[in-house]
Structures are given as structure tokens and as C-alpha cells.
Write a protein that binds this ligand. Structure first.
Ligand SMILES: Nc1ncnc2c1ncn2[C@@H]1O[C@H](COP(=O)(O)OP(=O)(O)OP(=O)(O)O)[C@@H](O)[C@H]1O
Ligand SMILES: Cc1ncsc1CCO
Ligand SMILES: [Mg+2]
Length: 260
């Protein structure tokens, strides 16, 4: 199935995505999902997350501004998603920044089986115990082959892995695929990775497969390429990016640039 066919199916079904995301990006994530053709819901209370996960088609957990309340609620949501066999996507935002984040991530990964872990190189390297100079929530500097990192992480966590950057590397532990689409200006808008996490959860609601994750990343990158043609400055780029998610269509398959 080509990438747009996944998006077509997504738009036909408009999956409801449960996002437990961070306080910085919640509005952007909700608007991005709507523009793409999915439906967002954000919910964080322990008292309701089980129910919300239940009515949704996929769940995305993001520790960007984690608190102890949200953390315990994420454990419940993760368990509920696993019981329902719903796609569960995890974004270990800034995991290298504090011991608290590391502990939360360890516990979440022990408690729930993720379908996909999506993060920047610094985050995925930290999960694998590889030395990396991450800069807060940003990727930072490191020296490790990212294709191998994606593959090793997929094997370690028994799930799909997507590492974002100049090339996005996506692996299930066997296949490793690079997505070259996207522009570096995307790093100047906060939440571009967090929205990609949510978008991946929406695509996984269509099909729980590596091809679905590759389609999500490719078309997301194509929207970034188009947005840069409209604006080379971060504020208006963000606005155009949302519009370009809305405008993605079957013609865009031809602009996808993949390494396999
Ligand atoms: N140097 C780059 N060139 C092209 N595209 C890039 C580059 N760096 C990142 N991207 C793209 O930007 C998007 C977000 O990736 P990034 O690695 O910045 O995520 P992140 O660090 O998790 O972001 P955030 O935490 O702010 O949400 C992805 O679609 C990725 O492909
Ligand atoms: C800037 C920032 N701080 C915590 S989460 C977040 C959004 C990007 O991940
Ligand atoms: Mg991130």
C-alpha cells in the first residue's frame, strides 16, 4: 500500500487519538491531528484515563512536562491500551534531562508494551544507555550510527522505533528505513516531534505496521517541505505546516524520498 493510501484510510475512519502530551504542545498537537483528518482528545486524570483509552483507537504518551499525577495516569492508560490491543506510542521527551524522567520512563516501559517509541536521537540513545550530549528536550550531539541505534532499540524494547532528525530512521529490529523528507526549520518550532508522535498514533490506528509508521513520517516530512516553500520563518512556518497537513493528497506520494 502506498503512503497516501494509509492517509486516505485514516481520513475515512478519523481515528480518535488519546493524547497524554505535554503542556507546551497540547494545542498544536490537537490542531495538527484535526488538520490531518484524525480526532484528538487530551485526558490526564487517573479517574478517567481507562475509559478514555477505551473509547479511542490509539494512545500516545509523552513525558515532556510529566508530573507524578500524570505519570500514574499514564501507567493506567498504557495498561488499558495493551489490554485492548490498541496501538500505544511513547515519546520519551527529554529523558536524559533528569533522573526523575529516567525513572518514569523505565517504569512505563516495564509496565506497558509499546507499539512504537518515537523520539530524537538523544532520547533514543539515552534509552539504550549510549553516551549522548542531549540538550534538554532537543537532540543535542552524539556520535553513534543512527541506523544501528534504531535497530538495536527496536530489539531491546521489542517494538518499532522511529528516530527523528535530518533523516528519520525507522526500524522494527529487522527492516531499517530512512525518510529524507522534511526541513531543518522544523526544529525551530516546538512540538514538531510531539505532533509526529500523535500523527504516528493516528496512522497506527489504520494498521499496526512498519509501513504505516513510514507513511506517517514520509507524509509529515512532505508537509514540512511544502510549508518551507510557503514560509522560511518559524512563526508562519508553523501555521503553514498545519495547512499542509490538511492539503496532503495522493499526488504527494511522488515527493516521498526514502532510503531502504
Ligand atoms: N535537520 C533536519 N532536517 C530536516 N528535518 C528535520 C531535521 N531535524 C528534524 N527534522 C524533522 O523535524 C521533525 C521533528 O523532529 P525533531 O527531531 O526536531 O523532534 P523532537 O526533538 O522530538 O521535537 P519536539 O520535542 O520539539 O517535539 C521530524 O519530522 C524530523 O524529520
Ligand atoms: C520545550 C519543552 N519542554 C518540555 S516539553 C517541550 C516541548 C517539546 O518537546
Ligand atoms: Mg521530542
Amino acid at each position: 500500500m502506498d503512503a497516501y493510501s494509509y492517509l486516505y484510510a485514516l481520513r475515512q475512519t478519523s481515528p480518535l487519538v488519546h493524547n497524554m502530551t505535554n503542556q507546551v504542545v497540547a494545542n498544536f498537537v490537537a490542531n495538527g491531528l484535526l488538520a490531518l483528518g484524525a480526532s484528538p482528545i487530551m485526558a490526564y486524570a487517573e479517574e478517567e484515563v481507562g475509559t478514555i483509552t477505551n473509547i479511542c483507537h490509539s494512545t500516545a504518551l509523552n513525558i515532556g512536562t510529566i508530573t507524578s499525577e500524570a505519570f500514574y495516569a499514564m501507567l493506567l492508560a498504557g495498561k488499558a491500551a495493551n489490554e485492548l490491543d490498541h496501538p500505544l506510542v511513547f515519546d520519551p521527551v527529554g529523558v536524559g534531562a533528569s533522573d526523575y524522567r529516567k525513572k518514569c520512563v523505565e517504569r512505563l516501559l516495564e509496565t506497558a508494551q509499546m507499539t512504537l517509541i518515537r523520539g530524537n536521537a538523544g532520547e533514543i540513545a539515552t534509552l539504550c544507555g549510549i553516551q549522548w550530549e542531549a540538550k534538554g528536550v532537543d537532540s543535542g550531539e552524539g556520535d553513534y550510527d543512527l541506523q544501528n541505534l534504531a535497530k538495536e532499540a527496536a530489539i531491546k524494547f521489542n517494538c518499532m522505533i522511529a528516530i527523528s532528525g535530518e533523516i528519520d530512521w525507522i526500524s522494527d529490529g529487522q527492516r531499517i528505513v530512512g525518510v529524507k523528507n522534511g526541513h531543518s526549520l522544523m526544529t525551530k518550532v516546538t512540538g514538531m516531534g510531539c505532533l509526529l508522535t500523535a500523527v504516528s498514533a493516528a496512522f497506527l490506528a489504520v494498521e499496526q505496521s512498519l509501513d504505516s509508521v513510514i507513511a506517517a513520517h514520509s507524509l509529515y516530512g512532505v508537509a514540512g517541505d511544502y510549508a518551507y516553500q510557503k514560509s522560511t520563518m518559524p512563526g508562519t512556518f508553523q501555521m503553514h505546516f498545519i495547512d499542509q497537513l490538511y492539503l496532503l493528497n495522493e499526488n504527494d506520494n511522488q515527493y516521498i524520498n526514502i532510503i531502504e
